[in-house]
Write a protein that binds this ligand. Sequence first.
Ligand SMILES: [Zn+2]
Length: 264
Amino acid sequence: MRPSPFLVDTHCHLADAAFDADRDAVLARAGAAGVGHVVAIGESLAGSERAVALARGRRGLSATAGVHPHEAGAWSAGAAARVRELLAAPETVAVGETGLDYHYMHSPRETQRAAFEAQLALGTELGKPVIVHARDADEDMAAMLGAVQSDPPIVVLHSFSSGEAVWNAGMVIHAYFSFSGMITFKNWKMTDRLTACPPDRLLLETDAPYLAPVPHRGRRNEPGFVRDVAERAAGLRGESLETLAQRTTDNARRCFGARIDGTL
Ligand SMILES: [Zn+2]
């Protein structure tokens, strides 16, 4: 039996330097807030190494390995080989985060598409979920998601806030839709997506240290604040916190595997 509520922060940059001074205290607060498990995201090769090292030997933590679109220029045969090695570790549950970001354009579009395509292929080959970041790239994102063929579905659309094309493409491939603290913001306009999300596709995340939810907005975000995201999501969907927590944790378990049952 899991303690109740048992929430999973499916997207936290826990290896970020923002947590170097007080990471253990942050995790203790998360546990006290009902967070059972945290997925530490790798956003670069070095960040993936750090995330995997953090999760090693800790039941309540898992890691991902991949290269963010901002870092897509660093994708190479060597990087791919190292990501593949990191994905073989038992604590590494997903590829990413990868994706397309045409808002900041830290890497050229072709470079981003090539790195994203390679990481989607890696996830498909290994049967591991792929954490996808999408910003201002709806047309290309929808087309690339449309080409994904995998059963069971592997795509996680993280901090979902994309338009119609990406939503539709995600629905077709049975993607998971992960909602962040953005759903607590005054200017959040996509509650219809949150309420329309199929119950077995819904995930929750913080994207800490970024995107702190209300009432913590403007401060450093941390995994315990996924509780605020969950309470808001439950309210908007007209469900109890317990029901939503159970549902989203079941989904995280199905998506990322048995390691999610390990507790902080
Ligand atoms: Zn992220």
